[in-house]
Design a protein around this ligand. Structure first.
Ligand SMILES: [Zn+2]
Length: 167
């Protein structure tokens, strides 16, 4: 298996195609290589912040029982530059809220929080990225590059990356 970045997995066993799955406890569909490829073409590259956005959006939509695309409103408070702002594209991917539909916004901030509102019920859910994550992602990117860092983040339990509060 070749990767666009030319990275290898250190000469160990070939990677099974569906080794990486979002979320824990089998509540999310597994990520096949085809899924990775679609996500890569959508965003232009893979990155840990993109993957974190996918995971937060999946978790919030599931928690709220919200309708993707038109049934959600998403506010993302993160620094206003990549890589942290790549979180927004992961959120668009997983919630269906998009810039064009005007139901997702980036509010420049050092908070690293995401609020998802179920427009049908009015219920909101608040995700707070854990304090160690920005430094963790910097280290993962340095050590592994964006492809492998993304796959490592995809494998991490949600609870190691963010907490989800339903007020
Ligand atoms: Zn990115």
């Amino acid at each position: 298996m070749s990767s666009p970045t030319g990275m290898s997995n250190g000469g160990s066993e070939p990677r099974p195609t569906n080794r990486y799955a979002f979320g824990t406890g089998g509540e999310h569909p597994g990520m096949t290589e085809e899924h990775w490829d679609v996500l890569r073409r959508y965003h232009g590259h893979l990155g840990p912040w993109l993957i974190l956005g996918v995971k937060i959006g999946e978790a919030a939509v599931a928690r709220l029982g919200a309708r993707r695309h038109f049934g959600v409103e998403v506010t993302c408070r993160v620094p206003d530059a990549p890589p942290p702002s790549c979180l927004v594209d992961g959120l668009q991917w997983s919630t269906g809220a998009t810039y064009g539909k005007r139901n997702i916004a980036l509010v420049p901030s050092d908070e690293y929080t995401v609020t998802v509102v179920n427009k049908d019920s009015g219920h909101a859910c608040h995700a707070r990225v854990l304090a160690h994550v920005p430094e963790l992602f910097r280290t993962l990117l340095e050590l592994h590059g964006d492809e492998e860092a993304s796959r490592l983040v995809a494998e991490m339990p949600d609870a190691d990356l963010f907490e989800l509060e339903t007020p």
